[in-house]
Design a protein. Structure first.
Length: 305
């Protein structure tokens, strides 16, 4: 699946992933009011509104982007109807040819990690039938439990030709409380980066590994160090736009071939219609505002090369 991601990036000339992270107050009133009218003030109405909102954005942007990244917590908060919206969104994106990165941040002891891996990028067998649960193409993985917690995901990656992005240096302000701590003089995030490179060496696509890394745009100097540590690792870069990362911060994340990184934007795209810059579109045309925000982001990133 890493080969497909790279193929999509080359085709669109856009190392951009749209974070489909819906909250109810992001959804235009004409969508939410209609689902409440049909289903009442219920979780089912919320789930349907999320699905309709996502579908509009996907339809408006799928030809411009290589991938999407739905954050599962935004769906789980609405219970089973929310998870149904997550699943419908992932299925629809795959039908449109997009790579789906499930932002699920899973990990646990080995047997539990194996179950998480089967749920999201693998399969289970019921009787004689092999079935997939959420069937994303990639998922995010927390490495805090060490190799025991990560290896089951890598095993499924090899079997299913799917991928993972391991949290290495995250974009949030307090990430340094643990990730920057020195272990024998070396920051912990560097040690995790070295481990990611080691895990990935045994799980290669044509030029990059199935085992990727998450490194925030808000720490470009650290990104430069980690790029050198993980030369064959694709880096998923959150933190662009709403979290403060800018295009000039992104260059260290890319390799000389112009590949090696894909940059996420969530609110900056899915809530574009709420920004002054795109206010002329209005709530009714929220998806058109998202499309323009993708075009502007693509041009912004292109300016660094």
């Amino acid at each position: 699946m890493i080969n497909k991601l790279i193929e999509n990036i080359k085709k669109t000339q856009a190392p951009v992933v749209v974070g489909l992270d819906p909250m109810l107050d992001y959804i235009p009133s004409h969508i939410l009011d209609q689902t409440i009218k049909e289903r009442g003030e219920t979780l089912e109405a919320a789930g349907e509104a999320i699905w309709q909102y996502n579908k509009g954005i996907i339809d408006a942007t799928y030809d411009l982007i290589p991938a999407v990244k739905p954050q599962i917590a935004m769906y789980e908060q609405f219970g089973i109807p929310g998870l149904e919206a997550f699943n419908k969104t992932a299925d629809y994106c795959r039908q449109k040819g997009l790579v789906v990165i499930g932002d699920v941040k899973r990990s646990d002891i080995g047997s539990t990690s194996a179950a998480y891996a089967n749920a999201h990028i693998g399969s289970v067998t019921v009787g004689n039938t092999k079935l997939s649960g959420f069937h994303e193409d990639f998922i995010t993985v927390n490495p805090y439990l060490g190799s025991d917690g990560v290896k089951p995901f890598i095993d499924v990656c090899k079997e299913e030709k799917r991928g993972i992005f391991v949290l290495v240096k995250t974009s949030n302000p307090s990430s340094g409380e643990f990730q920057d701590q020195k272990v024998e003089g070396k920051p912990l995030y560097e040690i995790v980066g070295e481990k990611v490179a080691e895990w990935g060496a045994d799980c290669m696509g044509d030029s990059y590994s199935y085992v990727g890394a998450v490194v925030g745009a808000t720490y470009p100097e650290m990104g430069k160090v980690l790029r050198a540590i993980m030369p064959n690792t694709y880096i998923l870069v959150p933190g662009y736009g709403a979290q403060g990362g800018s295009a000039k911060d992104l260059k260290p994340y890319f390799n000389k071939d112009g590949l090696g990184a894909i940059v996420n934007s969530s609110r900056g795209i899915i809530c574009a219609y709420k920004q002054e810059k795109y206010a002329q579109f209005g709530a009714e045309n929220y998806a058109d505002a998202s499309r323009q925000a993708v075009i502007d982001m693509r041009e912004d990133i292109a300016s660094i090369f």
